[in-house]
Design a protein around this ligand. Structure first.
Ligand SMILES: Nc1ncnc2c1ncn2[C@@H]1O[C@H](COP(=O)(O)OP(=O)(O)OP(=O)(O)O)[C@@H](O)[C@H]1O
Length: 287
C-alpha cells in the first residue's frame, strides 16, 4: 500500500522550503500547545449533537474528523476553538480546562489558534490586509513581551510576514486585489494565509475544500502538510474520505452522536474496528 501522503506537497511545500521554514519548530520560549476534548458533550435547545467525545490535537500531527453532514464536525471545532462552552465535558489546553482559565488566559490560548471556516469569511478589504489581520492583532507590545506565541512580528515586519503567508498558498501576486473580487478557491486560499500568517500552534480547518476544484484543493492540502511540517497541530473536519486519507495522521469518525472510532488513518481505512466505519468509509451509509 503506497503512502497516500507521500506525494509532493505542491505550492505550499515549495514555498515553505524556499522560505527555509520546512520543519521549523516552535521557538525555545514556547511550549507546544496540545488541545484535548474529554467527554465532550454538546447540544442545542435540548437536542444533543454528540456525547462523550474524546479527541486530541497534537503538535506536528493532523487529525481528521470525518462524518456525514450534520454529525457535529463544525460544532466540535467551535468548541475546540473556545467559541462555545460545552454542555458537559472539557476542552483542555496543555491540560488546563479552557473554561477554568481567566478571560485573559483563554484569550491567549485563542491567539495560538488559527481557524479556517467552511464558507467565505474574508473581511471587506484587500487580500494583503486580510492576510495581515492576525499579525496586527497579535503585535501589541504587551503580548510580545508576555505571551507564549510562536511568532509575534513588529508592525514594520507585518507586510513581509503577510506576503510570506500569501506565497504559501500562491496568492502573493494578488495582495492588492479586493477580497470581493476573488473566486471561491482564491478566497479560501487567502483565508488559509490569514490563519497561517501568525504561525499558530493549532489550526482548525472546517471543510476547507468544499466547493473547490482539484487544483485549489491540492494547494490547500499542501498548506496543511506544510503546517504540520512546521510543527503545528491540525484538526481537519471533512466529509471527504479521500482527503482525510491523503493528509491526516489520525482519523476520528463522528457518527450518530459519538466518535465511533479514532486511530491511525491507514488503520481506520484499511482495518476499521467498527462495522459502521467500514460501511461509512465504503460509502454504503446513506444520510
Ligand atoms: N447554533 C446552532 N443552533 C441550533 N442548532 C445548531 C446550531 N449549530 C449547529 N446546530 C445543529 O447541530 C447539528 C450539527 O451541526 P454541525 O454544523 O456541527 O454539523 P456538521 O457535521 O459540521 O455538518 P456539515 O458537514 O453539513 O457542515 C445540526 O443538526 C445543526 O442543525
Amino acid at each position: 500500500m503506497s503512502d497516500p501522503r507521500g506525494e509532493a506537497d505542491g505550492a505550499a511545500g515549495d514555498a515553505a522550503r524556499a522560505n527555509g521554514r520546512e520543519g521549523e519548530r516552535p521557538s525555545a520560549t514556547t511550549e507546544g500547545l496540545r488541545l484535548e476534548a474529554r467527554g465532550l458533550t454538546h447540544g442545542f435547545d435540548g437536542d444533543a449533537v454528540f456525547a462523550d467525545v474524546d479527541l486530541s490535537v497534537e503538535p506536528g500531527d493532523v487529525v481528521a474528523v470525518v462524518g456525514p453532514s450534520g454529525a457535529g464536525k463544525t460544532t466540535l471545532l467551535r468548541l475546540l476553538a473556545c467559541f462555545e462552552t460545552p454542555s458537559a465535558g472539557v476542552v483542555t489546553a496543555n491540560g488546563r480546562d479552557v473554561w477554568e482559565l481567566s478571560d485573559e488566559e483563554r484569550l491567549r490560548v485563542r491567539r495560538r489558534l488559527g481557524m479556517v471556516f467552511q464558507h467565505r469569511s474574508l473581511f471587506s478589504a484587500t487580500v494583503g490586509q486580510n492576510a495581515a489581520y492576525g499579525l496586527r492583532v497579535r503585535s501589541s507590545w504587551r503580548e510580545r513581551v508576555e505571551s507564549s506565541l510562536r511568532k509575534v512580528v513588529g508592525r514594520h515586519e507585518i507586510p513581509r510576514a503577510a506576503t510570506d503567508a500569501l506565497e504559501t498558498v500562491g496568492m502573493a501576486e494578488k495582495a492588492d486585489r479586493h477580497a470581493a473580487s476573488l473566486s471561491g478557491g482564491e478566497a479560501q486560499r487567502v483565508a488559509i494565509a490569514r490563519a497561517l500568517a501568525p504561525d499558530p500552534d493549532v489550526l482548525l480547518f472546517d471543510e476547507p475544500t468544499s466547493n473547490l476544484d482539484p487544483r485549489n484543493t491540492a494547494i490547500v492540502e499542501g498548506a496543511i502538510r506544510a503546517a504540520r511540517g512546521r510543527g503545528m497541530g491540525v484538526c481537519l473536519a471533512t466529509h471527504d474520505m479521500q482527503q482525510a486519507r491523503r493528509v491526516s495522521d489520525r482519523t476520528a469518525v463522528l457518527l450518530g452522536g459519538e466518535v465511533i472510532e479514532c486511530g491511525p488513518t491507514e488503520r481506520v481505512f484499511e482495518a476499521p474496528e467498527d462495522d459502521r466505519t467500514r460501511d461509512f468509509v465504503a460509502g454504503e451509509l446513506v444520510y
